[in-house]
Design a protein around this ligand. Structure first.
Ligand code: DC
Length: 206
């Protein structure tokens, strides 16, 4: 087993973090943790009537494997529970342990390079304009057969970014030593290639 190597990938909603993270993890043979899923699972439990902090403290792997966590409603609920310090604290140890697993790990989220893993060997901040991100999310919803209006989806993405970036605890922001990749004008293949080469540059020296 090779030694731990952490890749932190942060950025706003629908910037391409998930696709890029999966591809980077596959390329290097690392594990991948989508940390947004943790907040989505807590958000879904709160929608069902649970207390946010208790739900975060009791979260199990099974809670991440349930259907329906990818909806727009759950995304907003996730963003709302994510402002609660007790929720974030309850999810911290699991994320840090995953980051240092043997064999390497890619974690994607909002605060990975700043709070969860400030010592990550590689840090990327993946972003794109709100219009491009809204359109991508809209196409994704259409692809799944969900009803949506483009203007509303762009508005939802903006509202979520604002809440995620302006909260007091662990706001979304690029770490000072993160490399920013703007995917607005990049194809998926180009964005993945840019991310892999950024990680490769550090991997060679780590
Ligand atoms: O990445 P995502 O869209 O699945 O994330 C859903 C919400 O969870 C996001 O709007 C804010 C929150 N989140 C967070 O606060 N910190 C993270 N590391 C990941 C997600």
């Amino acid at each position: 087993m090779s030694k731990p190597f952490t890749v932190a990938i942060d950025g706003p909603a629908a910037a391409g973090k998930g696709t890029i993270s999966k591809a980077v993890a596959a390329h290097f043979g690392f594990g991948h943790l989508d940390t947004g899923l943790l907040y989505r699972a807590v958000g879904a439990k709160v929608m069902a009537g649970a207390d946010a902090i208790e739900a975060a403290q009791a979260l199990s792997a099974d809670d991440l494997n349930v259907d329906g966590l990818r909806t727009a409603q759950v995304a907003q609920a996730a963003s709302k529970v994510a402002v609660i310090a007790g929720v974030r604290a309850a999810l911290l140890d699991f994320q840090r342990a995953y980051a240092r697993r043997a064999g390497g790990a890619v974690l994607d989220g909002r605060d990975i390079g700043t709070v969860i893993c400030p010592q990550a060997e590689a840090k990327l901040f993946v972003t794109a304009s709100a219009e491009v991100r809204g359109k991508r999310r809209f196409d994704e919803l259409m692809g799944r057969g969900e009803a949506a209006e483009l203007a509303q989806v762009i508005e939802d993405v903006r509202a979520r970014d604002e809440r995620d970036a302006e909260r007091v605890v662990a706001p979304m922001k690029a770490a000072d030593d993160a490399q920013t990749i703007d995917t607005s004008d990049l194809s998926i293949a180009e964005a993945i290639a840019a991310a892999i080469s950024a990680v490769e540059a550090v991997r060679g020296t780590a």
